[in-house]
Design a protein. Structure first.
Length: 417
């Protein structure tokens, strides 16, 4: 539904209502003039009507909202605000794209924070004026009306510790996405990434490492703010390598991880990676960072059911194809790919097609169907007959009929058409 365009009078009434709400906990408004980044008070403690009139009168005028009594004012950017998750009065200042959090005034708390905060993303003041224009009015927390400046909650020792800890992380990991919560067994897998994996035949170990990469990203600060696609991720390499179950010949775990990261770089999922002087893994991925906030989730160890044979790489590719087509927002009801395209473009088995090895293709289709059923991605009903060379010949002639042999199992339990 299109938003109604307000006329000047309606907008004036709306702005007055917002600003009057701002006064309720105990704030006042000043009119100030900005010149060479210097603020000069033009009128102090003005009425709402007078304030809005002055903002219309002179483009160099701004409004400033002050608490009438001193508070502990924590000023922070979006990332630090969401990490702090404050349980007190707060407001958003669109003029400077930052949040201001208010606690009961304590001179010691303000001084202690001011002396110990080390990043530029969190600051502390005994009084702070929110700057605004008519197009950038402050935005108030949902419980704004529940607070008064005179009875704000105090800054507890836990609050203090939390603020300083977050500030320290922001300082130490400046320029990097970093871990912000404990790992769960789930990770986010963006649709675009699953789409690439659905046509990339790479070693199973590379897929295992991709799961770990996605787990790191899914528990990083990129979940809050992923606006900088170039920004790399930072994680302890030894910790990254722990508890990863690899297949194949015995090799050093670190070597397997590095070769797997190289495979992911070749298919364009990771842009770059390195191990720095402190033995930390630093990697970047514009594509994954762009989409990592999507809520499509999987459990770690997703590829554990893949048979540990030389066929494992293309079986995993097929499983990712099924996962992608089932979870794609387009909501496909059935497999739309042809047998020829599946084997040539997705599974890298063009040789079997060009050499007309229909019997071997049939065996592979039987294997793919069984694993797909084991994963709960394909229906078992009406799929009891083994593929034969005759079926392969039929599917090569009838390109749209693969779905009648491989029936998707929908998340709601309904069979595909």
């Amino acid at each position: 539904m299109a938003r109604k365009q307000l006329n000047k009078q309606e907008l004036q009434v709306q702005n007055e209502k917002k600003l009057n709400k701002g006064r309720q906990p105990g704030f006042r408004y000043d009119v100030s003039q900005i010149y060479n980044d210097e603020y000069t008070t033009v009128k102090a403690d003005v009425s709402t009507e007078d304030l809005l009139y002055n903002l219309d009168y002179n483009s160099q005028y701004v409004g400033e909202m002050y608490p009438k009594e001193q508070c502990v004012c924590i000023v922070c950017d979006e990332l630090s605000f969401k990490l702090l998750n404050p349980k007190t009065l707060w407001a958003y200042e669109p003029y400077f794209y930052q949040y201001v959090v208010f606690y009961r005034f304590d001179e010691y708390d303000v001084k202690y924070l001011a002396d110990n905060l080390v990043s530029s993303r969190i600051r502390a003041y005994p009084c702070y004026a929110l700057t605004f224009t008519k197009t950038t009015l402050p935005k108030f927390c949902p419980k704004w009306s529940d607070y008064k400046i005179t009875n704000l909650p105090p800054l507890s020792s836990n609050d203090m510790e939390n603020i300083l800890s977050i500030d320290n992380d922001l300082y130490n990991y400046d320029g990097y996405y970093f871990q912000i919560n404990y790992f769960s067994d789930k990770y986010r897998i963006p649709e675009a990434i699953c789409g690439i994996m659905a046509k990339s035949v790479i070693p199973i170990n590379a897929r295992v490492v991709l799961e770990k990469v996605l787990q790191v990203m899914s528990h990083s600060s990129a979940i809050i703010d992923n606006s900088n696609l170039e920004q790399p991720y930072y994680y302890d390499f030894k910790t990254f390598c722990k508890n990863l179950s690899f297949t194949g010949r015995k090799a050093k775990r670190a070597d397997i991880v590095l070769s797997s990261l190289d495979e992911l770089t070749k298919i364009g999922i990771i842009d770059s990676f390195c191990i720095d002087d402190d033995d930390d893994l630093v990697f970047s991925s514009r594509l994954m960072t762009k989409h990592i906030r999507q809520q499509i989730k999987r459990n770690m160890g997703y590829y554990a059911q893949i048979p540990g044979t030389k066929q494992a790489p293309f079986i995993a590719t097929f499983i990712d194809y099924l996962w992608w087509i089932i979870n794609c927002p387009a909501c496909y009801e059935k497999i739309t790919i042809s047998l020829e395209t599946l084997f040539s473009r997705n599974l890298g088995l063009t040789r079997l097609l060009t050499e007309h090895r229909n019997g071997e293709i049939a065996k592979i289709l039987n294997l793919l169907r069984k694993v797909g059923q084991d994963y709960g991605l394909l229906e078992t009903s009406q799929n009891t007959q083994d593929f034969t060379s005759a079926d392969v010949k039929y599917l090569l002639l009838h390109r749209t009929e693969l779905h009648t042999f491989l029936q998707l199992k929908r998340p709601n339990g309904k069979e595909s058409a």
